[in-house]
Design a protein around this ligand. Structure first.
Ligand SMILES: [Zn+2]
Length: 404
């Protein structure tokens, strides 16, 4: 295949497109920040992103995998070539709003897609944008990417950029299971007939004590953290119903399973001791650890550095989890982080939420979109890099390492 323009020329063109689009992209990110829509309720957000993609000629399929806010958008280049997908996270956190900056993710991916659509007619391949709801496991059945993985797999590559307090190209994280424990007892007057009651809140509190005793005997990569979301309504009534939600995280899937069983036994033990019953369920999709494709990561790094961005040294591991992990185990993927706040600013915080609607936040958005679009140009114009990327992925699949 002979291209009359080089990768460098195409990159220059997508950069110009994104600079021209800046005001519109900022306007969209600001609007989404104000919508504050939590998982599976990203109605206005999804509508805004879809409208913009359609306006630029994308073919859009809504309601992907029976999720009303999920979508698939495609813009076709010449026949053949690879399909590059950008994923748009959109959800806010209940009570906190866009404290994870997903307004930036959603718009950066759409911006990268639109910028590429201006040059793709000269190249082989397709550019795709997926609207991926409910990344935050703050709502039941969270994990939109896991539910729509069959559709995402129509692409050959998946990428998104997440806001952060630093610029990172690669990351290592952990697997996560979201569990719900429902304890049931018996209501009774807590003052005059407590002997006739069975206390579900006591069961929940004892479960926490047992989990805390367990911690000493678990490997250091394990994270267990929970909340009591229902613990009764009045001190004068023995609580007959209590609900605990708990995350269990670990690097390896097998050790995660082992730990989950121990945590379940804590709940069963607490139920036995208090005379309650307990029902245990998973309330969100299991998230797997992320696998950053080395070839893709290197291309992305070179593109960012060519824009003058300084990439920070990654921490040894990030103990969070994302449904992008599941995607990254099915197709070559990257999940870089772009700095939008001073170093040390935690995720899921008021400070990050404010940064996600600041000038620094919007500068990060444009850097994110440029990095994504430029890396896609590399893939559309350099078959050798595509082959290397696929070899990396095959190596991971052969079990070289759990996270490279
Ligand atoms: Zn996030």
């Amino acid at each position: 295949m002979v291209y009359f323009m080089s990768a460098k020329d195409y990159k220059a063109r997508v950069i110009v497109e994104l600079d021209k689009m800046r005001d519109r992209l900022v306007e969209m990110a600001e609007a989404i920040h104000s919508y504050n829509e939590v998982g599976y309720k990203e109605y206005e957000t999804s509508k805004l992103l879809i409208t913009e993609l359609k306006r630029h000629g994308f073919e859009v399929t809504p309601n992907v995998a029976e999720m009303s806010t999920a979508f698939k958008a495609v813009y076709r280049g010449k026949e053949g070539g690879i399909k590059v997908a950008f994923l748009s996270e959109m959800d806010a956190l209940p009570g906190l709003g866009h404290g994870c900056g997903h307004n930036i993710i959603g718009v950066a991916s759409v911006g990268a897609g639109i910028a590429l659509s201006k040059v793709i007619s000269e190249l082989n391949g397709n550019v795709m944008v997926f609207g991926t709801p409910a990344e935050e496991a703050a709502v039941d059945l969270a994990g939109g990417k896991v539910r729509m993985l069959g559709v995402i797999k129509e692409a050959d590559v998946a990428m998104l950029v997440h806001p952060s307090d630093r610029n990172l190209v690669t990351t290592k994280n952990v697997c996560r299971e979201a569990l719900k424990f429902e304890f049931r007892g018996k209501a009774a007057h807590a003052g005059s007939s407590p002997h006739l009651g069975i206390n579900a809140l006591d069961a929940a509190m004892n479960m926490f004590n047992l989990v805390n005793s367990l911690r000493q005997h678990l490997k250091s990569d394990v994270r267990i953290h929970g909340v009591i979301v229902n613990g009764g309504s009045s001190p004068n009534v023995v609580p007959d119903y209590a609900v605990v939600k708990m995350y269990v995280r670990a690097i390896e899937k097998n050790y995660l399973d082992e730990t989950i069983e121990k945590v379940k036994n804590c709940a069963r033990g607490a139920a036995l001791g208090t005379g309650t019953t307990v029902e245990i369920s998973s309330y969100a999709m299991r998230y797997l650890n992320i696998v950053c494709n080395p070839t893709l990561s290197e291309l992305f790094r070179m593109n960012w550095e060519s824009l003058g961005l300084v990439v920070d040294e990654p921490p040894e591991r990030n103990y969070g989890s994302t449904d992008m992990g599941n995607v990254s185990q099915e197709l070559p993927s990257i999940h870089p982080y772009v700095a939008i706040a001073p170093k040390g600013t935690p995720g899921h915080s008021v400070a990050l939420r404010e940064a996600a609607k600041s000038k620094t936040g919007y500068d990060g958005l444009i850097f994110a979109a440029k990095g994504l679009a430029m890396t896609a140009v590399d893939l559309f114009t350099q078959p050798l890099q595509v082959r290397k990327m696929r070899e990396d992925f095959a190596e991971f699949k052969r079990g070289k390492s759990i996270d490279y």
